[in-house]
Design a protein around this ligand. Structure first.
Ligand SMILES: Nc1ncnc2c1ncn2[C@@H]1O[C@H](COP(=O)(O)OP(=O)(O)OP(=O)(O)O)[C@@H](O)[C@H]1O
Ligand SMILES: [Mg+2]
Length: 291
């Protein structure tokens, strides 16, 4: 204990006040909130059958084609994120859309899997869609503590809530418990600090944030100022044109990297199936690689 700390302790004792907590977990205990779990990061083995059954993986006979699409989508995002002299916030990438059901979580999950396949990238998928927490649910993490807990309790380190997966290079920060003041928390300075720390932690780490819809929730509008890159998902033939234009009005054009046209009908043989159209350039395809 430093001279100043012992002096303060003496003043406290003389005034009959409780002793100063020694560390973050003691502070949390003193405030009655849960203590910081300083243990090793938690792990989850991804249940691929459950993810597919929930509808968040392409049908098996389309996985190669989808892998190609996500390669095209991720490439410019990665290049900008890792460019020399790129600010750390360029490694924060927000996936949003105008209205519910456009395919934000589907895009975030599949883009995260695709990005995690890059040899020298660590991908952190953050479930920032607190009202729905669908990404957390897809990976069996709906009851795990996460972003909201770290926002609500300043003594909790968000990093300690990150869950490692058995996919090499893929970690997840679940949404955590649902709170009433989610918008205020997501708009707070602490959210900006947590996001900045997540990005600064590792220069090879990309942070992909799955968010709620811009026009249907104030949470997403609170988040848009944080990332350096934003991708808007549009559901082909479904998202009304005006809704897309209104959503674009909430996004800094310098941060907008492109629109992902989701569930666009793609001609195959003598019919159509619903696939994934996008921006960017084509590359080779392959599947998800285990750690
Ligand atoms: N490209 C796709 N191919 C097949 N199914 C898809 C595709 N994109 C989305 N879906 C399905 O559409 C539904 C809505 O998708 P998703 O949950 O990703 O939307 P969202 O924008 O995240 O919705 P919300 O605004 O409620 O969070 C889900 O059932 C998902 O499985
Ligand atoms: Mg979603």
């Amino acid at each position: 204990m430093s001279l100043i700390e012992s002096a303060l302790e003496k003043v406290r004792r003389n005034a009959g006040l409780p002793a100063a907590p020694a560390d973050a977990s003691a502070r949390a205990a003193a405030s009655g909130s849960p203590s910081t779990p300083e243990a090793e990061p938690k792990h989850v083995a991804i249940d691929w059958t459950a993810v597919r059954a929930a509808g968040y993986l392409p049908a098996e006979d389309q996985s190669r084609r989808f892998a190609d699409h996500y390669r095209q989508i991720k490439r410019p995002l990665i290049e900008k994120a890792l460019a020399a002299n790129s600010p750390a916030d360029m490694r924060l990438i927000l996936i949003s859309s105008a209205i519910p059901g456009d395919g934000k979580t589907f895009t975030a999950v599949n883009l995260a899997l695709s990005m995690a396949r890059e040899r020298d990238i660590s991908l952190l998928l953050v479930d920032a869609d607190v009202p729905r927490a669908q990404a957390s649910r897809v990976f069996g993490l709906s009851s795990a503590p996460g972003l909201m807990d770290a926002l609500a309790n300043e003594s909790l380190d968000a990093e300690s809530l990150i869950v490692r997966t058995d996919v090499r290079g893929l970690d997840i920060l679940p949404a955590g418990r649902s709170v009433e003041n989610a918008t205020e928390l997501l708009a707070s300075t602490r959210m900006a600090q947590i996001a900045a720390r997540m990005a600064q932690r590792n220069p090879r780490r990309l942070v992909l944030l799955d968010s709620s819809p811009l026009l249907a929730s104030s949470e997403a509008r609170a988040l848009v100022r944080i990332p350096g890159q934003i991708v808007l998902v549009v559901r082909a033939g479904q998202t009304p044109r005006q809704a897309v234009l209104d959503a674009l009005g909430h996004v800094d054009p310098k941060k907008l990297q492109g629109l992902v046209l989701n569930q666009a009908p793609v001609r195959r043989g003598d019919g159509y199936y619903y696939g994934h159209s996008n921006y960017g350039s084509a590359e080779q395809s392959s599947g998800v690689e285990p750690r």
